[in-house]
Each structure stands twice: as C-alpha cells, then as structure tokens.
Design a protein around this ligand. Sequence first.
Ligand code: NAD
Length: 494
Amino acid sequence: MTHITHWINGSLSTQKADRHGDIYNPATGQVTGSVDFANAATVDAAVAVATKAFEQWRHSSLTKRVQVLFAFRELLHVNKEKIAALITQEHGKVLSDAAGEVTRGLEVVEFACGIPHLLKGGFSEEVSTGVDVYSIRQPLGPVAIISPFNFPAMVPMWFFPVAIACGNSVIVKPSEKDPSAAMFLAQLWKEAGLPDGVFNVVHGDKEAVDALLTHPGIKSISFVGSTPIARYVYETGTKAGKRVQALGGAKNHMVVLPDADLNLAADAAINAGFGSAGERCMAISALVAVEPIADELIAKIKERMATLKTGDGTKGADMGPLVTAVHREKVASYIAAGEKEGATLVVDGRDLKVEGGGFFLGPTLFDNVTPSMSVYTDEIFGPVLSVLRVNSYDEALKLVNDHQYGNGTAIFTNDGGAARRYQNEVEVGMVGINVPIPVPMSYYSFGGWKNSLFGDSHAHGMEGVHFFTRGKVVTSRWLDPSHGGINLGFPQNT
Ligand code: NAD
C-alpha cells in the first residue's frame, strides 16, 4: 500500500492528516494506497513556503530559469515510461495513452524553455522629447493549479511550466483519485535544480480547494474539471479578488458531411470516441451524420468496435477501465437512460465481461439520438458515442452551436469551402478539419467556449504567459548628463 502526502518546500510533509482518501487500481478494483487530505492549516503552510520562495525565484535570472527548465525537460523525457506506469496504475488508461499525455505536457515545458523570448517587452524611443516608454511583464506570486483525474500529468503541465518560467511559485492540488504523477514531477523539479518551495503539491478535496480559493496569499487559480465545479471555482476565486481561468466539461461533436472519406471518419470516431475510455475532455461523444451516409458510417464504426479489446491497460488492451466504480455506474446509467428515451442501442458496452473486479465497461454506440435525450444533453465522460442524423450542413451547425458546451469539434469533409465555413461559423474553441481531437500545440492556447471555460484566458501559449504575468508600462525621462549627472567628462550645463 502506498501512502501519498503533501510535498512542501522540497520534501514530504511530516504533518499528520486528519482525513484521507483511498487510491484504487481501476483495472483490479483493489485499493492500492491512501492519500492525505489537506485542511486550511496545511494550505496555509504551503502558501507561506511558496510566498517565501517567490521572493527569491522572481529575481532569478532568465538564464537560470531556462537552465532549470531544460534540465526538467530532460528528466521528463528520460522518465516518461515511469510516469506513464504511475498514471495507468491509478487512472486505468492504457500505457501508450499515458505516455502520450506525458509527451503533450513535455511540449509545454519545451515552449516554456523559450521564456526569455516570450517575456520580451516593447520599447518606444522618444515618445516626447527625451522621453521613452517601455513595457515589462512581472510574475504574480504564488499561484494555484487544481486539476482533474483524467490527465494527472498533462493538465498540471498545461500551467506550471509557464507559471514557473514567468517567475511565479506554484501550489498544485491534483485529483485525489490519481495523485502519484504530481509527486513524481515534484521530485523531478528538485532534481532539475528548482529551489525548494517554488513547486509544491497539496492533496485533498473541496476543503483544500476552498482554502486555496480564498487564501489572500494565492494570486491566481488555474482550474480544470467538471462544469459545475469550474463555475463555482470561477465565482469564488474572482470574488476573492483572484485572476481565474476555469476549464470545464465538454460534449464534442464530430460532423461528417456526405463527401467525407468514411473510412477515415470511422477510424477517427473509434479513436476519439473510445480512446482513454472516453474520459477525455476532447473525446468525441456526439457524431452528427449528414444524410445519406449514416447507415454506411455506422456499419463501418460497428465493424471496428468489434475489434476493440477492453482490458487492463498494462496488458496490451486498446481501452482500459473507468476510473472508479461510482463513475462506471454513472456511465452505465446513461446507457439505460438512452435506451429508455428511445435511442437505438447498436452496441451495448454493458454486455462486456472482464474477469476480476475492475471498473470495465465496453464501448457503446447509440443511433437515432435526438437533442432532448440525456445521452446528448449531458457530458457522460465514458465510452459512449451517440449518432444524430441530420439532413444538411446548416442543421448540423445549429446542433453544435445550440449545445451548452463548446470545447472541441471536428468536421470531416473533402470540401475545403465547407470546412472553411465551419471553422468560421462554429461556436467552439478548438476545431479540427479531418482531425478528430484538435488539441492545440503548446505554442497555441488550449480552451473552449460557452460552459467549457469560465474566465478570459486559455491554457499555455501566449495566453498562458499573459495569465501568469502582470503588464507594467514605464514612461521614463532621463536628462542628458549635462544637466548635472555624474561627472564623466560631459560638458556641464551652464
Ligand atoms: P471534478 O470537477 O470532479 O474535479 C476536478 C478538481 O476539483 C479535482 O481536483 C477535485 O478534487 C476538485 N473538486 C471536486 N469537487 C469539488 C468541490 N465540490 N469543490 C471544490 N473542488 C472540488 O472533475 P474530474 O471528475 O476530476 O474530471 C473530469 C472533468 O474534467 C470532466 O468534466 C472533463 O470534461 C473535465 N476536463 C476538462 C478539460 C478541459 O480542458 N476543458 C480537461 C480535462 C478534464
């Protein structure tokens, strides 16, 4: 059994916790460890340490910061498999998926390695006689990152490399369901030479989150999780005067036009619908088939689903278990609701039988889903793909734009004009054209629209640099040395 506790000031906390959570291996259903839950006093201690560390770190040279970031990048690269194994053990996703998420996080570290260039300000000489104006960006102070269970390494890495590169200190509050990856990353930072106290991890639930949201020492909150909690975090954090970016849930549509390559579309639907058991905020959960192609496309998807192997993520499966028994039951209850509400159940994931006590549910496909059904209105966050049949591009667009979520979307077509119209007209933050999961590269910014994001700032890229810094503009007038400056042989004013 592992015991996970907080990482404060470069070492494990020695405080005794009064509350704990269980950690499971979702592939076996067994409890494998426990995680300490922080209370307000633990958060207070972490903020005190982060505040002290910030005073030093903000004055570290850009050269020094880049050296630490490069070292961290190398360590991440070398330890990718170990981190992936920790993720699979607590989350359940297959090892290749887990390694993939480490790579996507590593790319943000690589982006942050360019911080000297990214922090360059502007300079205007002689805006008035003898007057220059220039802009600089300065760090905020201790910042908090609160992350979800589904990407225990990548999501914190959307934020902390940029935050640290900008000169801030960080407190991460990972999901209590899979806390080990964040602890491993903390050790790598230490090994990379980051001063103690710049990167801290506190574990816990609502109590820890509430303490961070209202703590006067915390200057910003970067949150990723479900929409109700994202809204709460945004409202509570901004009320306490903090800068907040809160990324929420999703229902991502894939629109398939009649001229699309249906084999490509079917492959994409499988990968984006069932990869990581649908527990991705960029998963495709609604497939909008523009007639007359629905029958053919569904047949191709069904054929491919039959070859998918669901099982232990360490043993060569295509799809792992769901994260907890409770979540598995919730997803299964949506399948029951879809059937009751009149959708056609083409493939029922509840039929899957896997030996042992793991939280497995097979991939599920619904046809003839309509906009009022709960399988369509709600984020299910499981391996359930719903097909909606429409008769025109306009009908498809209206469906997507009317939905409460606007995280990601994809269009499949061979018509560049249609794709161009879609990218312009769709009310969604990230758009793929013949690409089902259009996660932006680290030098662009990640974020959705509508109920998928509260706040003004997306993650990483230049929006990340702006989020983790405050702008300052200096207007300066230096008189010529002849006006009584130090005597370096300049002719004195007479
Ligand atoms: P969650 O909202 O349950 O938890 C997220 C974080 O909030 C965790 O650290 C958790 O401990 C904390 N938390 C939970 N309940 C809380 C409460 N009542 N008060 C304060 N804090 C609380 O989300 P999850 O189940 O861990 O993750 C899945 C969700 O995250 C899905 O909705 C998914 O779409 C979303 N997600 C979104 C993105 C995105 O970029 N938009 C990315 C990944 C995941």
